[in-house]
Each structure stands twice: as structure tokens, then as C-alpha cells.
Design a protein around this ligand. Structure first.
Ligand code: PHE
Ligand code: NA
Length: 502
């Protein structure tokens, strides 16, 4: 309550923690296939437009809110207005849902780092595909609680590590982890990418990736994909950056930090695209029996295509361990940031210590995650929660937050002045236009398209009872809980109206 808010020791640590949150599974496996599916080299045009018109401006927007109002998402929005508090809680609950499934992907990566040593997944693409779905996940559909023991145990370890870091606090836990993990990740990943460029077939892969399909730029869905990738990849618009910037000291250059974070994340993404496609070029030219049509498709990239090529490569064992280690390093820092959103909001609202908040919030999160994800139906649950949390949750709440702040509470100029009062890179009318017009328009258009698609046809053909539970039911639960949490009294934070003095 009256204790001073925790803080990062300085700007470098904050920037590294923000990069740690941004650089995650989205960079390494999501970007390459999104780009490939949406025009290859030509995708870089909408991608850059999305980064400059929405990604970086939203990063500034989140920083300004967290830094000015100095609270977790619900507290910051409460200080803006008591009618804005539910916005913060919706962000927290979306983060809750993402954490539930993000953790299990880390658990898979840890298992696959271990499997790289003996390559028990087989030699060909067909074998690695069967291994992933049947032997490893034992994947099926419907409802069920048949646990896969190995994944369950590793998932518990992932949660223990995440909560262990968070128990240590903002600087000693989140800050130090980023300070250590991010340089290590960059070194390992650059080594992997350089190595991949010398594989036979690498050039073919790069040609496949970069050959621009200019016609794709006339397709609105390609532009939506670019904005979607930027939102997900920068972790903007749903509380993470609000939370982290509330731990930044008063006089801190916010916009130049944002530029560093935004461009580092994109650099990492393009680098991943190069590495992934150089490697896939090798896979397609090898005897694994995979064509471009097989390897380009989504999540299978990391857990099906890469295992096949690890088996084909000289020195594949080491390469595989390093690749999955990169996924773990990148993913763990993102995971930490997602869970911190939930913990810090509980701390602010209830007024308990970090230790109590971490245990009281973290353990139930871990339990829900362990109940739903390492089971035989876990992949289905993950797929549905991911789809609804991203396409409806993140997009919807970013849209609501922007409209509320810019038009209802009319804080555009206040936030602009706040950014400019501490930063060297100044923002002006262009930033306001991006936040009030361009980004809301793109978000509204894509939200409309996603809702319509999800209503018209059951997502991926899953059973409607399952979709109603983990998809629509989850969205309804988020909205109801956000209202309930708003109605509970504030026992932690003081000064609920307007930015705090200190
Ligand atoms: N930005 C992270 C990535 O690119 C993903 C992420 C999503 C992190 C949501 C936190 C919250 O992988
Ligand atoms: Na990212």
C-alpha cells in the first residue's frame, strides 16, 4: 500500500526487459510463415507501414499511460477514470489466458531440446509429423483430462521457473533475467542464422522467402496480417507495456526507448525469417521428403519441420539443442511479462506484498494451465484459446482502449505532452492521427472480419461445445470478471484519481 513502487534500476534494464517481452515465439516461428503466406518479400512493405503507423505509436501510447499513471493496467485506467477501470481488467484477463497456453509451448520446446540429442522423432518429415501429433502430444479432440506425463512434469517446471523469477521482483527478477537472457539469446541466434546461410539449399530458401509477390499488396487480408503480426509481436495494447513502464523512473526518455524496442524486435524478426528460410531451403533439398507446401504451414514449423532437418543435418544434435534453447530463452522472458501483468494488478488492488501476490495469483494460474494444456486435448484447447485471445481479445481491447482514451476521455494531447516532457524524440499530430484514426480503423476492420468468420463457420471445425467453452465462453467470462473486479474496493493503491504526485 504505502510502500514505494518497485522500479527498474535504469533505462537499459527497462529496454532489455521490454525487448525480452517483445522478442518471443512470435518472432521465431510466427513471423516467417506469416510473411511467407502473405506475399514473401512484398510483405515487408505492409509490415513496415504497420510498424510505423501502429506498432511504435502504440508502444508510445502504452508507455505514456503506464509512466504517467504509475500503475498496473487496472490501476492506471482507474486513475484515468473509474469508468475506464474495466479496460485494465480485460487486459489482465487476456494476459491470464495467454499465459495459460504460452507456458505449454515452452514446455514442448524444452522437451524438444532434449529430444534433439537422440532425435527419437525419426528421419523424414512424415515421421516427425506423426511423432509430434501422435507420440508426443497424443493429440485428440473433445473434452478430457488424460494427462501426458512428460509434458505435465515439464510444464510444472516452466511455471516454477516463471514464478521463481517473479518472486524476486522487478529489478532482481525481471530485470536481471533480461540482462542475462537477451544478450545470450542474440549471440546464440546470430550464430544459428550464420550457420544456416552455409547449408546447401540455403539460397533457394532465401529466394522462396524474399521473392516479392507484389499482387499480394492489393489483398486487404495481407495488410491485416501485417498489422496482426505487429500487434502480437510488440506485445502492445493489452497491458504488458503499461505495467513495465509503470516501473520506469520519472525522468526517463520514453520515446527513444520505444524506438529501440520496436526496431530491435523487428530486426530479430527479419533475422529469424532469414535463418528459418535458409534452413527450410536445406530441408526441401534434402532427403526428408518435404516440399515447400508442407513446411510453410504455421506451428508445425518449429516442432515438425525443424526436427526433420535436425535429423538431416551434420551436427544436427547441437544445432537442435541451440535452436530450442533460443525458443526457451525468447519465450521465457515473454512469459514472465505476461504473468507480471496479472500479479501487479492483484498487488495494486488488494494491497499485498509481491510474494503473496505471486503465490496467490501464480499458483492458480499454473493449476489451470496444468489442467488444460498437457492433456491429450491440450493442442485443441491451445489452438482455440490462442485464436479467440488474439483475434478477438487483443484486437478488441486495443480498439476499446484507443477509442476510450482518445475520444471519451480525450487524453491524446495530455499523453503527447507527457511523452514530450521526458523524451528527446518528440511526437506530434502524426502520432495523434495514428492513435485516433489509423490504428482504430485497422483494428475495427479486422475485428469485424474475425468475428464474422468465427460466427459463420466453427473454427477449424472443432465441436461447438468445445468452442463454446474455450472460445466464446472464455470471452464471456473475461467480460463478466472484468466488471466484478472493477466493483471490488481498492485496498492497495492510494490516490485513485488522476496521476499520483510521486
Ligand atoms: N510478443 C511476443 C512474441 O513475439 C508474444 C507475446 C504475446 C508476448 C503476448 C506477450 C504477450 O512472441
Ligand atoms: Na515479438
Amino acid at each position: 500500500g504505502t510502500k514505494k513502487r518497485e522500479a527498474f534500476s535504469g533505462r537499459t534494464v527497462f529496454v532489455l526487459a521490454a525487448i525480452g517481452s517483445a522478442v518471443g515465439l512470435g518472432n521465431i516461428w510466427r513471423f516467417p510463415f506469416v510473411a511467407y503466406d502473405s506475399g514473401g518479400g512484398a510483405f515487408l512493405v505492409p509490415y513496415l507501414v504497420a510498424l510505423l503507423s501502429a506498432g511504435i505509436p502504440l508502444l508510445f501510447f502504452d508507455y505514456a499511460i503506464g509512466h504517467r499513471y504509475r500503475g498496473s493496467a487496472p490501476l492506471s485506467f482507474r486513475r484515468i477514470s473509474k469508468f475506464a477501470e474495466p479496460i485494465g481488467w480485460i487486459q489482465v484477463l487476456v494476459a491470464f489466458v495467454i499465459a495459460i497456453y504460452y507456458a505449454v509451448i515452452l514446455a514442448w520446446a524444452a522437451c524438444y531440446a532434449w529430444f534433439s540429442v537422440d532425435q527419437r522423432w525419426g528421419e523424414t518429415y512424415e515421421e516427425t509429423a506423426t511423432f509430434f501429433a501422435s507420440d508426443f502430444l497424443q493429440a485428440g479432440n473433445g473434452f478430457g483430462f488424460d494427462f501426458v506425463p512428460l509434458i505435465t512434469i515439464v510444464l510444472v517446471v516452466v511455471w516454477a521457473l516463471t514464478l521463481g523469477v517473479l518472486l524476486l521482483g522487478v529489478q532482481k527478477g525481471i530485470g536481471r533475467t533480461a540482462l542475462f537472457f537477451i544478450p545470450l539469446l542474440v549471440a546464440l541466434f546470430v550464430a544459428l542464422v550464420v550457420r544456416s546461410l552455409f547449408l546447401p539449399g540455403a539460397l533457394d530458401g532465401l529466394n522462396t522467402f524474399f521473392t516479392p509477390e507484389w499482387a499480394a499488396l492489393r489483398d486487404p487480408s495481407v495488410w491485416i496480417a501485417a498489422y496482426g503480426q505487429i500487434f502480437f509481436s510488440l506485445s502492445v495494447g493489452f497491458g504488458i507495456m503499461v505495467t513495465y513502464s509503470s516501473y520506469v523512473k520519472r525522468k526517463s526518455n520514453l520515446t527513444s526507448s520505444g524506438l529501440v524496442v520496436g526496431f530491435s524486435n523487428s530486426a530479430f524478426e527479419v533475422l529469424a525469417g532469414i535463418g528459418v528460410f535458409a534452413t527450410l531451403g536445406f530441408l526441401v533439398s534434402s532427403s526428408a521428403g518435404a516440399g515447400w507446401a508442407d513446411v510453410s504451414g504455421g506451428p508445425g514449423l518449429a516442432f515438425i519441420a525443424f526436427p526433420a532437418l535436425i535429423s538431416q543435418m551434420p551436427g544436427g544434435a547441437i544445432w537442435g539443442v541451440v535452436f530450442f534453447l533460443c525458443l526457451i530463452l525468447a519465450g521465457l522472458t515473454s512469459m514472465i511479462s505476461i504473468v507480471e501483468v496479472v500479479i501487479s494488478s492483484f498487488q495494486d488492488k488488494v494491497g499485498v506484498s509481491r510474494t503473496v501476490a505471486t503465490l496467490v495469483v501464480g499458483i492458480p494460474m499454473a493449476v489451470v494451465s496444468v489442467m488444460l494444456m498437457p492433456t491429450e486435448t491440450g493442442l485443441q484447447n491451445l489452438d482455440i484459446m490462442d485464436k479467440f485471445a488474439n483475434s478477438l481479445g487483443i484486437v478488441g481491447i486495443a480498439l476499446i482502449a484507443l477509442l476510450a482514451i482518445m475520444f471519451v476521455f480525450r487524453l491524446g494531447p495530455t499523453l503527447r505532452d507527457h511523452l514530450n516532457s521526458v523524451s528527446s524524440f518528440k511526437v506530434g499530430p502524426i502520432w495523434i492521427i495514428c492513435m485516433a484514426v489509423v490504428t482504430p480503423a485497422v483494428l475495427a476492420y479486422s475485428l469485424y472480419g474475425e468475428v464474422k468468420a468465427l460466427i459463420d463457420e466453427p473454427y477449424e471445425g472443432y465441436e461447438s461445445a468445445v468452442l463454446n467453452t474455450f472460445g466464446w465462453g472464455m470471452i464471456a467470462a473475461i467480460l463478466i470478471l472484468a466488471v466484478i473486479f472493477t466493483l471490488l474496493p481498492w485496498r492497495g493503491a492510494k490516490h485513485l484519481d488522476g496521476p499520483p504526485e510521486t
